[in-house]
Design a protein around this ligand. Structure first.
Ligand code: EGV
Length: 386
């Protein structure tokens, strides 16, 4: 079972010693063929290089201007770049964190003060499940098809205190539509269940650029949303995770936030403002074109192989799953590692039933084009039946 010692031993796959997805990503960090983590590692665009050249100015601004102003401008520019034109501005409604996982830990601790169990989308990145469970919450898996389909069962909504959805989901790229979010929010409101969203991959998919907060507020639900700049721009992991909450949330997120941090660096806030402005002025469209081209390389290089499939044909996220028909993701991971290539085996994404992740491998697309192409050519070799 996941979470038990036995489960951890089982999760430490392929003699890798890795107990979760992040430990697999850690093993990849020093390879020139790291296609494991979902962080942005592609080359800077000319517009982004200009911002990096201005870093001394941003530092000076960070020294001189009030952090409250820098923070307000960063939030405004970021939300605007995502089509999220209305967003909370009242104090404490948007909490800037070092990363979205820090925001996730704060949300988990806050939920644990009030509720016992959470219905969590399945599959999703395993640290969401681990942070919730680490704070003592019981988890109920919520499969993508029913989640995106009809109303949720009243029996489920009566049995949990929170519904937690990653949209676009990681690794599948599946996006919750505005209509579906509206109905889900109404149901959560009706049953007094908190609705929590992780929208870290939102920047990649214009289908997720609708006004989430308006829909959530209109339903009357208690909500939290975790937004993230971390997946979008190659800023060497200088990023902000934002914990956004409804006025009626009634959970001690402000207190828990202050237990963990005072605030994020004004230098990073200034960078987020500038990168967001660049995104809104064409950088985001450029990123979408880039990721689509990277995805096309993966699909065309693997095309025609009888041993592979495309499990997420509609995904626009900066990660791409490959379905393997004649070996496991863990076996493919091992074979690639022989070539110093590090991808991500998908078992741990299925946090409630790892066996269901056996046949998929995740590749990161936010990388320089030439090494990614080399990785995929080697993957084709590995997956060619002999
Ligand atoms: C992805 C890394 C954490 C996470 C990577 C990720 N793990 N924070 N424990 O940022 O998809 O590779 O989300």
């Amino acid at each position: 079972m996941p979470g038990t010692l036995q489960g951890k031993a089982h999760a430490a796959q392929a003699g890798s010693g890795a107990e979760n997805l992040t430990q697999f990503e850690f093993l990849a960090l020093n390879s020139e063929f790291n296609i494991a983590d979902g962080h942005a590692r592609q080359p800077l665009t000319p517009g982004q290089s200009k911002i990096v050249n201005d870093l001394p100015l941003l530092f000076e601004e960070g020294e001189k201007r009030p952090v409250e102003e820098l923070e307000r401008e960063a939030h405004a520019a970021f939300f605007k770049s995502l089509g999220q034109h209305r967003y909370p501005t009242a104090p404490g409604r948007v909490l800037s964190c070092y990363s979205s996982s820090v925001a996730m830990e704060i949300v988990s601790r806050a939920l644990a003060c009030a509720i016992d169990s959470v219905a969590l989308v399945h599959p999703t990145f395993d640290n969401i499940a681990d942070l919730l469970r680490g704070n003592g919450l019981k988890l109920v898996p919520l499969e993508e098809d029913p989640l995106h389909g009809d109303d949720l069962a009243p029996s489920l909504l009566k049995s949990v205190g929170c519904v937690f959805v990653t949209t676009p989901n990681n690794p599948t790229g599946r996006v919750m539509s505005a209509e579906r979010l509206r109905r889900l929010a109404e149901q959560c409101a009706e049953y007094g269940v908190v609705l929590a969203l992780d929208t870290s991959f939102r920047g990649f998919d214009t289908r997720a650029h609708y006004d989430h907060y308006e829909i959530l507020d209109a339903s009357g639900v208690s909500w939290v949303v975790i937004e993230d700049t971390g997946k979008l721009w190659p800023t060497l992991d200088l990023k902000v995770g934002m914990l956004v909450r409804s006025e009626n949330l009634g959970l001690p997120v402000g207190k828990i936030y202050s237990d963990i941090l005072l605030g994020v660096s004004p230098l990073i806030l200034g960078m987020v403002r500038r990168f967001s402005e660049d995104a809104a002025a064409g950088g985001l469209a450029e990123l979408h074109t880039f990721i689509a081209a990277q995805r096309a390389v993966v699909r065309s290089e693997l095309a025609g192989l009888p041993t592979v499939g495309v499990p997420d044909p509609d995904s626009r996220a900066s990660v791409e799953r490959v379905l393997l028909k004649h070996m496991t993701g863990t076996q493919a991971w091992e074979a690639l590692r022989e070539h110093n290539i590090y991808a991500l085996p998908c078992r741990p994404f299925y946090w409630a039933d790892q066996a269901r992740g056996d046949r998929t491998l995740r590749l990161a697309l936010a990388r320089a084009s030439a090494p990614l192409t080399q990785c995929v050519r080697t993957l084709r070799h590995v997956l060619t039946p002999r």
